[in-house]
Design a protein around this ligand. Structure first.
Ligand SMILES: O=c1ccn([C@@H]2O[C@H](COP(=O)(O)OP(=O)(O)O[C@H]3O[C@H](CO)[C@@H](O)[C@H](O)[C@H]3O)[C@@H](O)[C@H]2O)c(=O)[nH]1
Length: 397
């Protein structure tokens, strides 16, 4: 099977041809100021090097996770590697980009065994870049960003976030009926549940969520998506024609007026609505940044990728979220894998804490102001983008 980076590397020759063409235009001089590449496309660094052009990696997750990945390189030949693999223990490992020792239970599954080789290959290459541009901001991740800046042998880090798409509703506008219903709810009274672009649960888990919502008594808006068919393996979730097929009998009738079940959600528009008071989230980094932008506190229920680490950062390091289950893991590449069940009690407890915790609500509102200030003129990320542009300009002057 072709690995992800091998697949990307197959495209290097096309990029090389395009850049060679640009560089050979008569009178063009130094036309390419830099390669800006996605964090998974580090193979392109070799192409950039061939032309003596610096590379900038755009890192779509956060600084704490970037630091974690860098630290994984140093664990490769270290005794801690065994610890890192022991997800069932209560072991913790100090990681420079985190203030607290990090429980191995929240380590992403990709750093286990062969996955670690993939991560260290990608990150080892990333260290060759001139700089890493991270979708975060100094006021949110002060410790993590400073810890990366202390690593003088690593690339320079530009925190430029939050970079958000607030405009197009990720392909879907707020439905009139949902909008009318939300408009009629008291401020900050509705729990919104949404689990990112790949998030879905099996029927048995869906029922536990439904029981939890009913018992909590809170108003809710639930983006419920159907998992890909197990026979088809890895794939995207889809919307149910009628979600009743997986919900407990009578759930929709009993919760009329209290809650709504929808499919793919216009998440940004919903988080912006004054009625939304809490967000049950898988802690994908874009969802975290969007939620903070609108000052909505999170109940963390991570599923895959680096989301458990994000949940740990949000709950323990930053005090901006409550926990539902920080070390929950879903194997996205194997839909037939055994399902770990989060009980209705655990979910209900998380929802109650989310809606009652005034400290977290206040902290989320404060972080909302800081996130907006970071990208406004004079803000930390605004300044960082300015420095990045100067960096580009120096490459061609
Ligand atoms: O019903 C939905 C579901 C998602 N979204 C949007 O889709 C994006 C989801 O992004 P994110 O929260 O980052 O989750 P993933 O799609 O799961 O993102 C992947 O990429 C992120 C950034 O690298 C990582 O942090 C995650 O772990 C990884 O799963 C956000 O803009 C949401 O607003 C919607 O608008 N409606």
């Amino acid at each position: 099977m072709t690995s992800f980076d091998e697949f990307i590397n197959r495209h290097c020759k096309y990029v090389r041809n395009v850049v060679a063409d640009m560089m050979s235009q008569p009178g063009s001089g130094r036309v390419v100021a830099g390669f800006v590449i996605d964090m998974f496309c580090t193979g392109m660094i070799d192409v950039a090097n061939e032309f003596n052009i610096p590379t900038y990696v755009f890192f779509t997750s956060n600084a704490a996770f970037l630091g974690f990945q860098m630290h994984m390189l140093s664990l490769r030949d270290d005794r801690d590697r065994d610890l890192a693999e022991s997800t069932d223990s209560d072991a913790t490992i100090p990681v420079p980009s985190f203030v607290n020792p990090v429980p191995t239970k929240v380590f992403p599954s990709m750093v286990k065994s062969e996955g670690l080789d993939f991560v260290t290959r990608i990150v080892g290459k990333m260290r060759e870049a001139k700089a890493i541009v991270v979708n975060t901001f100094l006021e949110l991740e002060t410790h993590a960003i400073e810890s990366l800046s202390c690593d003088s042998s690593g690339p320079f880090v530009y925190p430029v976030g939050p970079l958000l798409n607030l405009e197009d509703g990720a392909g879907k506008q707020l439905d009139d009926e949902v909008k009318r219903w939300l408009d009629g709810q008291p401020p900050s009274s509705v729990v919104f549940l949404c689990f990112g672009s790949m998030g879905s649960f099996e029927e048995v888990q869906v029922k536990e969520i439904a029981y939890a919502l009913e018992r909590s008594g809170h108003r809710f808006l639930w983006s419920l998506r159907r998992p890909p068919l197990a026979e088809k393996g890895f794939g995207n979730p889809s919307d149910y024609e009628d979600p009743r097929v997986v919900l407990p009998e009578g759930f929709m009738d009993r919760t009329v007026g209290i809650g709504k079940v929808i499919g793919w959600a216009p998440q940004v528009a919903l988080l912006a609505h004054r009625a939304i008071g809490g967000f049950v989230s898988h802690c994908g980094w874009n969802s975290v940044l969007e939620s903070l932008w609108f000052g909505v506190p999170i109940a963390a229920w991570p599923m895959y990728a680096e989301q458990q680490l994000n949940a740990f950062a949000m709950v323990v390091e930053l005090g901006l979220a409550v926990e539902i289950k920080m070390d929950y893991k879903k194997d996205m590449f194997n839909p037939k894998a055994e399902i770990e069940l989060v009980t209705a009690d655990e979910i209900e407890g998380g929802i109650r804490r989310l809606m009652a915790d005034e400290t977290i609500r206040t902290r989320a509102k404060e972080m909302s102001e800081k996130s907006r200030a970071a990208v406004a003129e004079g803000g930390s990320s605004y300044a960082s983008v300015g420095s990045l542009i100067e960096d580009f300009m120096r490459n061609i002057s």
